[in-house]
Write a new protein. Structure first.
Length: 274
């Protein structure tokens, strides 16, 4: 059964996609730094190369501000400038920061052998993800021997609303946390929000009854997946998932067998004291 929900540390950060953070009456908040990071985040919205006008549209920042930010970030090695296209793209400085986070993630290192064994036994892709606003990001992905399907690269972003990883995270946080995310999702999805909300409510029911969440062709019509949360000792919540093409693993098999095994695996990983 699902454990009691708690507030997760990462919920203290921004919840909306592409929404600049503007805390009111916070003297410690450095708005110039926030704007610079908003410029970097703009590159996660789809395009890998953007001009100042594109960034201004995505972030809502004035174009002169964006020009100063892109100039500074280029000087610091976080952006590079394409002289032919007169646009910017992320540079190696960003990669170094991401690698530092992933390489020092203790749970990732300790969970690998457990994930490898589960992948071998079930012939499924097994992933470990963390939250980034309204998405989940892969920090590890393990495959069964000789498998080439569903290889998810580290850093790949998945929508929270329709994936088993996102639903597992959503179900494990507190009511206040879900309310915060609901408000951001409603603003993001507009008219399609009721459909997304219905899927999340079904996930909540599954999680309360069985301790896992499912996504049966809702993120990708050819993919069935299950997800369970992992609670770290510092209060952070991550999500452990398994996925396979629907012709290999049916919804019935996932619900009746594999998802329960995944929940047990999550318990084993938590018992490592990460």
């Amino acid at each position: 059964m699902a454990r009691a929900t708690i507030d997760s540390p990462e919920l203290r950060v921004a919840s909306g996609d592409g929404v600049p953070v503007k805390p009111e009456k916070d003297r410690k908040f450095v708005e110039a730094l926030s704007r610079g990071l908003d410029v970097l985040r703009a590159f996660s919205q789809g395009s890998v190369i953007l001009g100042n006008q594109d960034i201004a549209r995505i972030t809502g920042l004035p174009k002169p501000t964006v020009s100063r930010m892109t100039y500074t970030l280029t000087k610091l090695g976080y952006l590079s400038y394409n002289t032919q296209l007169e646009k910017y793209q992320l540079s190696s400085g960003v990669l170094a920061l991401g690698y530092a986070y992933v390489s020092n993630l203790k749970v990732r290192q300790l969970a690998k052998p457990y994930m490898d064994e589960f992948a071998r036994q079930t012939n499924m892709s097994v992933g470990l993800t963390c939250r980034d606003r309204l998405h989940m990001i892969y920090v590890e992905n393990r495959l069964p021997p000789e498998a080439s399907l569903l290889r998810m690269e580290i850093g790949l972003k998945l929508p929270m609303a329709t994936t088993s990883a996102g639903r597992a995270y959503y179900c494990a946080i507190s009511d206040n946390g879900r309310k915060l995310i609901d408000e951001s999702m409603e603003a993001k999805y507009g008219d399609s929000w009721p459909e997304k909300k219905a899927g999340l409510e079904q996930a909540m029911q599954d999680y309360k009854e069985h301790g896992f969440c499912l996504s049966l062709g809702e993120w990708d019509r050819n993919i069935n997946s299950a997800g369970v949360p992992i609670h770290l000792q510092d209060g952070t919540i991550m999500a452990l998932t398994c996925a396979a093409p629907s012709y290999l693993v049916s919804a019935e098999k996932l619900r009746e067998s594999v998802a329960h095994q995944l929940a047990m695996l999550a318990g084993d990983i938590e018992s490592l004291g990460v």
